[in-house]
Design a protein. Structure first.
Length: 441
C-alpha cells in the first residue's frame, strides 16, 4: 500500500512538473521566436549597412562577375554571406565567405533557399539599381538557438528538482502530527482508554483527535456498562437461584402441604428470575446500539392502552385512563416498543406501591408536538432524599418487591429517545410525568 506521503508527493510533483513543463515550453518557444527574429533583424541590419558602404565606395563596374570584396571591407559579421547583384542578375560583388553557388536574389525580403546542399536564410534589399543579399546558414542559427535554449533550460530543471525536494520535505513536515498521533496510539496498551493529548496539533487534525477521544469515551462507557450489568446481574440472580434451590430441596424432603408450599415458592422465585432476566436484556438493548425501529407507529392513546394491557394483566380495572376531549392522534416520534415499555414500567411500579383496593390514574395531554403521560399512584410515597435514587439499577426501598430495574429502563429510554422524566412525591402518593415527542403534522 502506497504511503500518504509518497502519494501526495507523486500527485503534487506531477502537477508541479506539468505546470513547469508547460511554462518552460511557452518560455522556450517565445525565446526561440525572439532569437529567430533577432537573427533576421541582423540580416536586415547587415544589408542596410552594406548599402551604406557601397554609396561611399567608387562606382562598381557594370560588368565583371568575380569582383570580390572581403568581408572586412563590407563589414560583414563572421558566418554571414553577402552578395551585390544588378537588376539583370549579374554578380557585381560578394564577400569571400560567400558560398561558391550564387545567392538567389530574385525575391525581395526574407527567403529560405538551398545553397551547396545546405539550407540558408537570406534577405534581399533593393537599393537603386543593385540588390544586396545577406544570408547565414540555418544550421548555425539552430546551433546558436539550441545553445541559448539549453542555457535557459538548465536553471529551470534545477529549480524544478529543488521544488520537488522541498515539496517532499514539506509534506513530511506537514504529516509529522499524524506520525505523532500514530506513535502515541502505538505506545498505548491494549486496554488503555484515556484521551489522547497531542500538542501542538494543526486545526485540521483537531476534529480527528476529538473524534478519536470521543470514541475512547464511548468504548469506556460501553465497557463500564457491561461490567456493571454483569456485576449487578450476578448479584441479583444469585438470591432467586438460591431461594429456588432451597425450596426444591425442602420439597424433596417433605410431603403433603409443606411440599406443595415449597414448590409454589420455587415457582414464584422462577417467575421473579424470569422477569429479572427480561428486564436485564431489555436494559442492555436500550443502552446499546441495537435498533428498535420495526416500522410500527402508534399514537399516544394506543401506547397508553397497550401499556395498560401489559401492566395490569388480569386487574385492568385498577388503572383509570383519563383522556381529554380534544387529543392529537399523531404518532409518536420514537419506536412503539420503547414507548410502550417505558409507560408499562411506570404503571407496574405504581401498581406495586398502591394498595390492592386502590387505583392508579393515567392521564394524557398534548402540548407543542409533545405528549405528557402523568401516572399517579396512591401509595405511601417516597422520601424526598430518595427521589434521585429511583432510576438507579437494583435500587429498592424497604417496601418494594420488584427487581429494581423498571425505572432504570425508563431512564435509559428517556435518554435514548429525547424524552423527559420527572418525579413528584406527595403524601397521597407518587406522581410521575413522562413526555414523549410527537411526529410533526
Amino acid at each position: 500500500m502506497m504511503s500518504l506521503r509518497l502519494r501526495l508527493s507523486l500527485t503534487l510533483g506531477a502537477a508541479f512538473a506539468l505546470i513547469w513543463a508547460l511554462a518552460a515550453a511557452w518560455m522556450l518557444s517565445d525565446l526561440r521566436n525572439q532569437m529567430m527574429f533577432s537573427l533576421d533583424q541582423r540580416l536586415v541590419a547587415s544589408a542596410r549597412m552594406v548599402a551604406g558602404l557601397l554609396e561611399q565606395l567608387p562606382a562598381l563596374p557594370s560588368k565583371g562577375e568575380g569582383t570580390h570584396f572581403s568581408a572586412e571591407q563590407l563589414s560583414i559579421p563572421g558566418g554571414m554571406a553577402c552578395q551585390v547583384s544588378s537588376l539583370r542578375g549579374e554578380i557585381l560583388a560578394r564577400s569571400h565567405s560567400s558560398p561558391e553557388q550564387t545567392l538567389e536574389a530574385e525575391k525581395m525580403g526574407f527567403h529560405d533557399q538551398m545553397i551547396d546542399g545546405a539550407p540558408w536564410r537570406s534577405f534581399t534589399l533593393a537599393r537603386g539599381d543593385v540588390r544586396i543579399t545577406t544570408a547565414d546558414r540555418q544550421i548555425e542559427r539552430e546551433a546558436l538557438n539550441m545553445s541559448i535554449l539549453l542555457a535557459a533550460s538548465v536553471p529551470v530543471g534545477v529549480a524544478l528538482l529543488g521544488c520537488l525536494c522541498l515539496l517532499w520535505l514539506g509534506i513530511g513536515q506537514g504529516l509529522a502530527p499524524l506520525n505523532r498521533m500514530r506513535d502515541a496510539l502505538m505506545r498505548r496498551s491494549a486496554d488503555s482508554l484515556e484521551p489522547l493529548q497531542i500538542q501542538p496539533l494543526p486545526s485540521e487534525l483537531q476534529p480527528l483527535l476529538e473524534t478519536q477521544n470521543q470514541l475512547f469515551l464511548r468504548i469506556g462507557k460501553t465497557i463500564e456498562r457491561e461490567r456493571r450489568l454483569t456485576g449487578d446481574a450476578a448479584h441479583e440472580l444469585r438470591s432467586p437461584l438460591t431461594a429456588i434451590k432451597t425450596h426444591l430441596q425442602v420439597a424433596r424432603m417433605t410431603e403433603g402441604s409443606a411440599r406443595d408450599q415449597s414448590l409454589a415458592r420455587a415457582e414464584e422465585g422462577a417467575d421473579r428470575l424470569h422477569r429479572t432476566l427480561e428486564q436485564l436484556l431489555l436494559l442492555a438493548r436500550v443502552e446499546g446500539s441495537l435498533s428498535f425501529d420495526d416500522g410500527v407507529q402508534c399514537s399516544a392513546e394506543q401506547v397508553a392502552k397497550l401499556a395498560i394491557q401489559d401492566a395490569a394483566s388480569g386487574d385492568r380495572q385498577r388503572i383509570k385512563l383519563q383522556l381529554p376531549s380534544t387529543f392529537s392522534d399523531a404518532p409518536l416520534q420514537m419506536p412503539a416498543v420503547l414507548s410502550i415499555a417505558a409507560l408499562r414500567n411506570l404503571l407496574d411500579n405504581a401498581l406495586r406501591h398502591t394498595p390492592a383496593n386502590g387505583a392508579v390514574e393515567l392521564s394524557l395531554e398534548t402540548t407543542n408536538n409533545r405528549v405528557r403521560f402523568l401516572v399517579r399512584d396512591h401509595g405511601p410515597g417516597i422520601a424526598e432524599d430518595d427521589l434521585h435514587h429511583l432510576t438507579q439499577r437494583f435500587w429498592r426501598n424497604g417496601q418494594s418487591t420488584g427487581c429494581g430495574l423498571g425505572l432504570a429502563i425508563v431512564q435509559a429510554i428517556v435518554q435514548r429517545c429525547g424524552c423527559t422524566l420527572h418525579f413528584d412525591s406527595r403524601p397521597d402518593g407518587l406522581r410521575v410525568e413522562l413526555t414523549m415527542p410527537l411526529q410533526p403534522v
